[in-house]
Design a protein around this ligand. Structure first.
Ligand code: 3PG
Ligand code: CO
Length: 550
């Protein structure tokens, strides 16, 4: 049993400790690009002056990513916040497994996938996010796997490319297409193999839905990749250029689906006997398509006849469900999360967000496990299905209503919530909508403070990574805005590399909290912080609390 020791000097506040994650709200470096700064945030401004305030690292090695050039993301961010330690994450583990060759070892899942296609003279398929964003996937991994497949005698490979523009610049698709065409030309040059792109589409249009928000995306992905049904083109480049001409201004992430044909027929439907690798390492947007490939019965959409394939994910995406059955790399073993410790201590906990980030506050927070601990209650507010820039307040008000009710009810000692606005609207690149989004979050925080004042609770307010704080493309050398021919800035849709705020506000002052001297703190320090504010000693191997109490 993982037990928490009580703090002799402080038994916890009268009201609950509330951890508010303001998704995608970091601390910008360039005021012109910082739409958190440009929004009206009277509550956050007040807290910065009157509460305990510090800044936390939320990217790179501080959250288990390969290096400090890697922006943070919600998976690694919520993992770190929830488990109070820094684990090497998917991007690092897959990179190492590929570099060391461990992934390709004899008797490995890789080996099984390869033997399957060689024995059956069938096709090896790769489906995944086609960029080097290193959030869900990395094109380098795909290229190395294809080289290895050739070395091992795989004759036919087909790639189903999900166009990014969300973890990389918004209209950068053709850069990746060009790079990959050069790669394919080289690998195909000696005529011994036939490797090519078979289908694809924008990642926010097909295949990569998450948290059951829109299964229609998965249906469209299935029809495109598996059945090869859809608008046909001679190449991925032709598809992208055509879509852009037809809808000027379209972002890569929203591109329609396409199927590649050769001699009048689709080049790569997925059929009985094939092997399929879903090469994303991150799980949230991989679980639904994985279910479509694995489940015997699927109620979410009509798959038609399910091809009998050997399917593997790059990683295990859900430790509790054991999904997928076959995977190439073992995920980080995130154990002893804060939720488990608090549950063992009998602390009633509420996790709440809207659909788009619901799994972040539950499944990611609990170390990529979908199981619930006994003292946890989870509340999901259904997200809108319209584009988020059209309704940038999203469900911030409804989330706040539910949190305020929960604070006032006295039913919970620990409440954790996520406001998705700064991130989800940040990803659209629409800066005016981003301001509305950030202001909605600030207003929510204001209402939470009032409720905590009444009940004697404590607020811990932070973020998982930045986004809205860096909305424009900046020149890498000068740090100034990159302008187009008309002198307009270029919107940026990806996360930022910026730090995030950490605010600890105890209106009653009963915790006697003061900032501890923690060198180089990161978001992993939030777990011990919440545990100490609840009146317990944090586990010894958690990175330390940001505050001293009592
Ligand atoms: C996404 O999946 O929407 C982006 O790739 C990353 O955003 P998130 O890490 O904030 O979910
Ligand atoms: Co995001």
């Amino acid at each position: 049993m993982n037990e928490l020791k009580k703090n002799k000097d402080f038994a916890g506040p009268k009201g609950p400790v509330v951890l508010a994650i303001m998704d995608g709200i970091g601390i910008g470096k360039n005021p012109e690009s910082d739409f958190v700064l440009q929004s009206a945030t009277p509550n956050l401004d007040w807290l910065r002056e009157h509460a305990l305030y510090t800044e936390l690292r939320a990217h790179g090695v501080a959250v288990g990513l390969p290096d400090d050039g890697d922006m943070g993301n919600s998976e690694v961010g919520h993992n770190a916040i929830g488990c109070g330690r820094v684990f090497s994450q998917g991007a690092s583990l897959v990179g190492k497994a590929i570099e060391s060759g461990a992934m390709f070892a004899p008797e490995s899942v890789w080996d099984e996938l390869i033997r399957n296609v060689i024995n059956k003279e069938s096709t090896l398929h790769f489906i995944g996010l086609f960029s080097d964003g290193n959030v869900h996937s990395n094109l380098n991994h795909l290229e190395t796997m294809l080289r290895k497949a050739k070395e091992q005698g795989v004759k036919k490979a087909r790639i189903h490319a999900l166009i990014d523009g969300r973890d990389v610049p918004p209209t950068s698709a053709l850069e990746y297409v060009e790079r990959f065409e050069t790669f394919l030309n080289e690998i195909n040059a000696d005529g011994s193999v036939d490797y090519c792109v078979a289908s694809g589409g924008g990642r926010m249009n097909i295949t990569m839905d998450r948290y059951n928000a829109n299964w229609d995306m998965v249906r469209r992905g299935w029809d495109t990749h598996v059945k090869a049904e859809g608008r046909r083109f001679a190449s991925m480049k032709e598809a992208i250029e055509t879509f852009r001409k037809e809808k000027p201004g379209i972002l890569d992430q929203d591109l329609p689906a396409f199927v590649i044909e050769r001699n009048g027929a689709p080049v790569g439907p997925i059929v009985d006997g094939d092997s399929v690798i879903f090469f994303n390492f991150r799980g949230d947007r991989a679980l639904e398509i994985t279910k479509a490939f694995e489940a015997d019965e699927l109620t979410e959409f009509d798959r038609g006849p399910k091809p009998d394939v050997l399917y593997a994910g790059m990683m295990q995406y859900d430790g509790d469900l054991g999904v997928p059955e076959h995977y190439l790399v073992t995920p980080p073993a995130i154990d002893r999360t804060m939720s488990e410790y608090l549950s063992n201590a009998g602390i009633k906990q509420l996790a709440i967000s809207e659909t788009q980030k619901f799994g972040h506050m539950t499944y990611f927070f609990n170390g990529n496990n979908s199981g619930k601990f006994p003292t946890e209650t989870w509340v999901e507010i259904p997200s809108d299905s319209c584009p988020f820039e059209e309704a940038p307040r999203m469900k911030a008000d409804e989330i706040t209503d539910a949190v305020v009710r929960a604070i006032e009810s006295g039913d919970y000692r620990f409440i954790r919530l996520n406001y998705p606005n700064g991130d989800m609207v940040g990803h659209t690149g629409d800066v005016n909508a981003v301001k509305v989004a950030v202001e909605a979050v600030d207003q929510g925080i204001g209402r939470i403070i009032e409720a905590l004042k009444k009940t004697g609770g404590i607020l811990v307010c932070s973020a998982d990574h930045g986004n809205a704080d860096d909305m424009c493309e900046l020149d890498k050398k000068t740090g100034k805005l990159v302008l187009d021919d008309e002198g307009k800035f270029k919107p940026k849709t990806a996360h930022s590399l910026n730090p995030v705020p950490a605010i600890i506000y105890d209106p009653s002052g009963e915790a006697h909290a003061s900032l501890a001297d923690v060198p180089n703190p990161g978001i992993a320090n939030l777990a011990a912080t919440c545990i100490s504010l609840l009146g317990f000693e944090p586990p010894e191997d958690y990175v330390p609390s940001l505050v001293k109490v009592g």
